[in-house]
Design a protein around this ligand. Sequence first.
Ligand code: ZN
Length: 392
Amino acid sequence: MTDTVNYPSNCPSGYTIYPETPFIINISETTPNGTIISFNLDIRSPVAEYSEGFVMFVGSTYVVPGNSFENASRISIPITITGNLPGPGRNGEIYLSFDFENDSPIDLTINLTYDPTVDFDIDIYDGDFRLIASGFSTEPTEIVSVYCSVPGKYYIVIYPFNVSKSNGSFIMTITYSPASFKRGESFRYAITIKGETTVGYLPGPSPFGSIFYKIKLSGGVEYTFHLTAGNDTDFDIFIYDSSGDEVAYSNEIGTNETVKYKPSSTGTFYIEIWRYKGSGEFVLTIPGYGKSSFIPMWIIYLIIAIIVVVSVLVLLLWLKGKKNTAKQILKVVLIVPLLILFLVSRGKKETASSTEETAAPTEIHKPRLCPYCKARLGKNQKICPKCGRRVG
Ligand SMILES: [Zn+2]
């Protein structure tokens, strides 16, 4: 790397520069696109020292940021841009907008990387200023996936999580591809849980990186929901009723969560698996779920036992020449297991038919987060379970 420094020619005796005279520093270097170069500029004079850090993003566009939705800077996608916060918005945020004109829906992916000393977050809004996606991890990268189906204007707001710690640079890459239908992205497209064990992956397809499941629960029955995931992850679980109201949750620290819930009436419920930290596979276990809709094992054993005993009896009678008696026993006794099967299956059907199919809730709300550690908080939760601070 070479540099040429043109010092101001009229600096009077090294004390002050007056009138202000700019000086130019030329640095040249050949690097591939995508390289991030950081360097410090130190200025020293006999009486003062000044130091400033810079980060350069090679191969990206610098955008003059907007200070509001109305003044959002227009960009075109796909794009890689760089910028700095604090921006001109009221809380140090910046506003960008882009137009999506495709006829067919797209999956937009936004990758925001910033200085590890700061924490920047990102919100995506549609043309009616409705929030459609957010990225607010505590790691120095936000990856947001957005499904854009309606052509028109979209807005991106990049803001510092902590206003007092907002000085830093970012690089943002926006790419898109034809939309793929994503199950689990919302209440409406929730994945149906069918058995005791469900395996999934986070980050998920929802606007907040979570994933939604739906499940039919019987009134008056207490269910246990157990969530486990890999080391270095911290996933949480939130349960909603058919109208999207949160009814139970578990958001403790660590890789395990357990929550019990006993619905007062039978119906469709939703389960959201939330990512607080890390990524990877999780296992959701609901002991006994799904089995109740089948015939319990003990009944099957009983039926097998009856069949075996009757068969032996009939065989013995048959061998002794009492064919008619054997036939009579067969007729009467084999009705018993069929009767049991009939009664059990009738009981099952009653539970299922009392479940009413209701329209899925469509509202998407930005979830309540801990203002200190960004943990997803449960309804009416007063103390953050992750950082232990009072939150309301
Ligand atoms: Zn917290």
